[in-house]
Design a protein around this ligand. Structure first.
Ligand code: MN
Length: 343
């Protein structure tokens, strides 16, 4: 673990002129953890303090010295905290709104204790779009949070639905990016994307979030909110790879299959290039990283370790070992995150 052995050097090639900022790092508030134990949602596993993921639960609720020590060991300077999936999006409206506010207070407290090491996104409850917009405003304006977190669909509903647009209105007004993080797909999708290969994080989660982004595009969200900034993890949830085909099949087939529907003003790839930022979380592969840097742009790709679900030291070491210049690493680890999230 190069980062652990020598935290002041970048890949062992001399002093490192950048901070390593990790942009998709999980945490849980004690209240959400406790609520998970009282809740059961068919087909959606929830992390509890004494369930099969108890070890993970301990790491997720630690936003104190223990987490900082693990960051030090991995060579990570800053973690951007996201309320771990599915966050508050499995609870009834009133519970979700209250738990989001409590989680934000809890995370803001941790960030205030370690201002140089921790930052956080505002957890919101899409179950109540107006309250979610208000909470985002509170998070950004009063708690110094860096944007919003949505753990993808809420009971099978997606943000392209107009009832959710108060959230986009607030995000655009606040210039706050919205991170769409995976969760267990809704029931219909889960029936098909099942098992350890097609289901779960191996495939289903990424496809579900990629689908969420395409729904926003097709729903005209970016025509209505052209300055909206959406962030997704896992090297773009497959979107960079599919980009040319999404455009050419949309153009060729929308007449034959969709009655000529032209739901938005521009090509799908225009919105992906202009309104989407991506992080590397859990995709430690050079061909995918190189392609994504080429297909999007170097200033659209940010580093993430997905701690504690993945090994953050391994992720740091992967980037450090890649044939990237110091300038490229500075953009990937630091500058893009500073610009996007105002860190
Ligand atoms: Mn994650």
């Amino acid at each position: 673990m190069g980062g652990a052995a020598d935290p002041d050097t970048g890949g062992g090639t001399g002093p490192r002129p950048y901070r390593r900022i990790a942009c998709e790092e999980g945490f849980l508030s004690p209240a959400v953890l406790a609520a998970n134990a009282r809740t059961s949602v068919a087909g959606i596993p929830l992390i509890t303090a004494d369930g099969p993921a108890a070890g993970l639960a301990r790491l997720l609720v630690d936003v104190g010295p223990g987490r900082i020590a693990r960051m030090d060991a991995a060579g990570v300077d800053v973690q951007l905290l996201l309320l771990a999936s599915p966050g508050v999006q499995v609870f009834d409206r009133e519970t979700a709104v209250a738990l989001a506010a409590d989680a934000n207070d809890w995370a803001a407290d941790a960030c205030a204790r370690f201002p140089a090491r921790l930052a956080a996104l505002t957890a919101i409850a899409p179950q109540d779009p107006v309250a979610a917009a208000r909470e985002l405003e509170r998070g950004v304006s009063r708690l110094s949070m860096k944007g919003a977190l949505v753990n993808s669909h809420t009971f099978g509903e997606y943000l392209d639905q107009r009832t959710f647009w108060p959230i986009f209105e607030a995000a655009e007004a606040l210039d706050a990016p919205i991170y769409i993080h995976p969760c267990e797909p809704p029931a219909g999708m889960r029936e098909i994307m099942a098992g350890p290969v097609a289901g779960g994080p191996a495939w289903a989660y990424g496809v579900e979030v990629g689908t969420h982004v395409l729904r926003l595009i097709g729903g005209g969200v970016f025509d209505r909110f052209p300055r909206l900034r959406i962030v997704v993890g896992h090297m773009g949830e497959s979107l960079p790879f599919w980009l040319p085909r999404i455009d050419n099949r949309y153009l060729a087939m929308r007449g034959a299959m969709f009655g000529g529907a032209r739901p938005m003003q521009r090509l799908p790839s225009d919105y992906i290039r202009e309104n989407l930022w991506i992080t590397t979380s859990g995709m430690n592969y050079w061909p995918q990283l190189r392609m994504t840097l080429e297909v999007l742009a170097p200033d659209r790709v940010l580093y993430a370790g997905d701690d504690p679900f993945e090994d953050q030291a391994e992720a740091v070491d992967f980037i450090e070992a890649m044939p990237l210049s110091v300038e490229q690493k500075t953009a990937l680890f630091q500058d893009n995150a500073v610009r996007l999230f105002g860190l």
